[in-house]
Design a binder for this molecule. Structure first.
Ligand code: HEM
Ligand code: HEM
Length: 183
């Protein structure tokens, strides 16, 4: 079933909340671990990031097959355009984050594993006790991309949630209820 103005499909609702809440969790872990050098969290962050990529791809595919959501009622053009722009930023950053993280870790020689299952082997210098990059330039570029896209998605999520709260409590419309499957 496709999304309609009145009701969203179960797939849209499922994919929005699974990927959305996982991305919020990854962003919180990502900022915390890199600011505090909490290296024990890195494997968890990477494992969840790789796994959620599968759902992200299905989500993006579904969004293009299904089309964007229709607003529940008529809004001012500026409000509608702002929401649309933020949806685009969110969906693009959602794809950029796992890809840049994967390449940054792989090319940087740190390796990528999913809960212990090795996907790209780490390459460590046992004497200097540091990673030997396969491609330092690529790793550096991807690290910058991951950081910039990371902060962009955090700002976009804050604006997005502010919008959802505004619709629910100020406009008192069905926008949030529709995404919760409660209409
Ligand atoms: C949707 C998926 C992901 C989200 C939302 C996310 C988010 C973030 C954020 C916000 C940061 C902090 C900003 C920064 O320092 O770069 C971060 C750091 C990091 N992420 Fe991700 N990430 C995701 C997937 C991945 C994946 C798949 C990998 C690797 C396989 C990865 C590896 C890392 C690493 C190594 C850091 C620390 C970088 C540093 O120490 O400077 N991330 N992530
Ligand atoms: C507590 C957190 C969140 C709330 C309350 C929330 C709420 C909503 C609501 C009510 C809509 C429907 C908008 C409409 O009808 O036009 C929506 C759509 C959307 N949200 Fe969220 N959202 C949250 C987190 C996220 C996160 C973290 C992402 C990042 C990936 C995200 C990405 C999107 C996108 C891309 C859409 C457009 C429809 C779709 O592709 O599913 N949301 N959100």
């Amino acid at each position: 079933m496709k999304d309609t103005k009145q009701k969203l499909s179960n797939l849209t609702i499922f994919l929005h909340w699974t990927t959305g809440l996982t991305i919020i969790t990854l962003a919180v872990i990502g900022v915390y671990m890199s600011e505090n050098e909490a290296f024990e969290l890195y494997p968890i962050h990477k494992s969840i990031g790789v796994l959620i990529f599968a759902l992200i791809i299905i989500r993006v595919y579904w969004r293009f097959v299904n089309g964007w959501l229709q607003p529940v009622t008529q809004y001012k053009a500026i409000e509608h355009n702002l929401a649309k722009t933020i949806h685009w930023v969110l969906i693009i950053a959602t794809v950029v984050m796992p890809i840049s993280g994967f390449i940054m870790s792989g090319a940087g020689g740190y390796g990528v594993s999913v809960f212990g299952l090795e996907i790209i082997a780490a390459q460590f210098d046992p004497i200097a006790k540091e990673a030997i990059p396969h491609n330092a330039q690529l790793a550096g570029f991807m690290a910058q991309t991951h950081e910039i896209a990371g902060w962009t998605i955090i700002v976009a999520i804050v604006l997005h949630i502010t919008g959802a709260i505004k619709h629910h409590f100020i406009d008192k419309d069905n926008t949030l209820r529709r995404m919760l499957g409660k209409n």
